[in-house]
Design a protein around this ligand. Structure first.
Ligand code: HEM
Ligand code: HEM
Length: 147
């Protein structure tokens, strides 16, 4: 199989990166404003921004799940069958699934203690995701370069 067969097409990759950046930015800025808000030092404009940031985050999350679905039937299936980057890929896919599931849980969890724990888990896993993606790509490129 040609090396290209394992790659995510440039267009697909671009959309994935844009959607991921919107998720990262909206989530990180929301968490920052929320912290300021708890300390009582967020201005009115920043506080008004919070619901809009979560709306953008939720919208991008729908796009991310769609993209993940399309990657499963192309990139993931092909690489998995060719035994390229399996362990790193499985780890990365599990991390992205946990990020998605914790986001879903945040939407519905009522219990304060569980919600706070899930919120911290979701935020820190989300903030680590660019590093995980970088590691995944590096390991994947090494696997396909080694013939
Ligand atoms: C079991 C799951 C997975 C396996 C086995 C796998 C395997 C690979 C391999 C072999 C490469 C290197 C391709 C090359 O450049 O030759 C790669 C790169 C990449 N993977 Fe994965 N992957 C998995 C899951 C994922 C997931 C869930 C995502 C996104 C959410 C993802 C996104 C990417 C991206 C963006 C690249 C770099 C672009 C490219 O070179 O095509 N992968 N992966
Ligand atoms: C890319 C890194 C990400 C970061 C930094 C991040 C951060 C956050 C933060 C700080 C919150 C608010 C937590 C709270 O209410 O206490 C949140 C909520 C949420 N996130 Fe993420 N997130 C990321 C990725 C994702 C992904 C990949 C998904 C799903 C595909 C997702 C789905 C959600 C959902 C559904 C909510 C709840 C929205 C609401 O309550 O209105 N997030 N995220």
């Amino acid at each position: 199989m040609k090396q290209r067969a394992f790659q995510v097409s440039p267009r697909h990759r671009r959309i994935l990166y844009v959607v991921s950046l919107v998720l990262l930015f909206s989530g990180a800025v929301w968490a920052w404003v929320h912290r300021l808000d708890e300390q009582g030092s967020a201005g009115v404009t920043l506080r008004h921004l919070k619901p809009w940031l979560m709306k953008a985050h939720g919208f991008a999350a729908v796009g991310f799940v769609l993209l993940l679905g399309t990657l499963l039937s192309t990139h993931v299936r092909r690489s998995w069958h060719a035994r390229k980057n399996r362990s790193n890929g499985a780890f990365f896919l599990s991390a992205m699934s946990l990020l998605t599931l914790s986001g879903y849980a945040l939407y519905y969890l009522g219990d304060e203690t569980w919600r706070n724990a899930t919120s911290q888990f979701h935020l820190w896993l989300g903030l680590s995701s660019p590093l995980l993606l970088f590691w995944h790509i590096r390991s994947g490129r090494r696997a396909t370069a080694a013939r």
